[in-house]
Design a protein around this ligand. Sequence first.
Ligand code: 0T9
Length: 383
Amino acid sequence: GDAVPVAQRGSWSSFLKAIASMSGDLSSMTAPPFILSPVSLTEYPAYWCERPELFARIADAKTSEERALAVLRWFISTLKGQYTTRNESAGSEKKPLNPALGELFYGYWPDKDGRGQTTLLTEQVSHHPPITAYVIENESKGVKLVGHNAQKTSFSTGSIIVKQIGHAVLTVKLPSGGEEKYVLTLPRLRIDGLWYGAPYIELSESTYIAGGGYVGVIDYKGKGYFSGKSHSFKATLTPQGGGGKDIVVEGTWHQNSKFTSGGHGTFHDVSTPKEIVTAIGGEPSGEMGPMETRKLWELVAKGIREGDFDLASKEKTRIENEMRQRRKDEAASGTTWELKHFKPLDVDPVYEKLAMNTKIAPSSEDTYVFRNNWPETLQAKKK
Ligand code: 0T9
């Protein structure tokens, strides 16, 4: 491929061959240096809140219709960050650092114009397969997102197909005192451009947002489908219980969208500036502990950023060996790693309840329950 540095063409084509012949977990495969990202997957949940004002605004809705639209608007606004950021900042999709079991990432978005502080906590709750759990909360507004995600990858006609596993639950405090819960599912990804060494993501199939008396179905299409444009979507919000009329929104998730039914004009324009999360240490001193992402991967990230791939690979091997040893020691002593912030649960009751009367797929899901133990340093940010 054209985008592959000459010296790495051999290793890129062996990497592609290895991908083509495997299925399941790509994250632990060794890839050539030019495609490596210095960012761990534990940092990706921050993409859910790069427009903190839209997250906060969900709490300001006065009716359930307004609230369903506010949830949809915030959700659509996150897609550009989630799925195009690496292309925009690094020229192509990159392979993230594969988090260690128990890896932690903490961050926040400061208050601005009275929208309140928003805090983020992520924990790698499984290494094999990789599963990341997270919480994002704007406590003063009463908006909270708790979710987890994993991926199942396969190879099909030159592309990587990524099925996302997991879901998120958004809880919104109502002015009346009660609360409303929304279940959100995650899109399927297709990673194209592999042959040229310039991978990029397109979304496909559908995701759901169910709750608050509405079911939203978001259908994703790329170039060559109904609008002919990349990153197209069509969202249909249907009021539950019969009687009400659907609201339909169409457009592109990385640019803008408009109402095509049940409303008029622009629905959302994502060109407003995004706000990158501020990372913060979780130790009482304010420092980052040894399992905190930017501390754990410090030298690997430095090596990747500065083109010192010997350093990056030496450090990556050291970390992986340490983790392997830790697992061996646990097995020998009959213990297991204890998660710091989450408790696994086989069945998510919120998901089951909201999935019951809708077409949400899959019909059942496990979950990770947040222990509600924010580190002091973040608790202080919530005031
Ligand atoms: C949750 C997101 C997810 C994580 C990443 C598939 C992927 C790992 C998972 C799904 C976030 O909310 C959204 C965005 C990007 C997704 C990543 C893109 C990607 O390529 C990786 C996989 C594991 C690879 O690194 C494949 C090999 C690589 C050479 C292709 C660039």
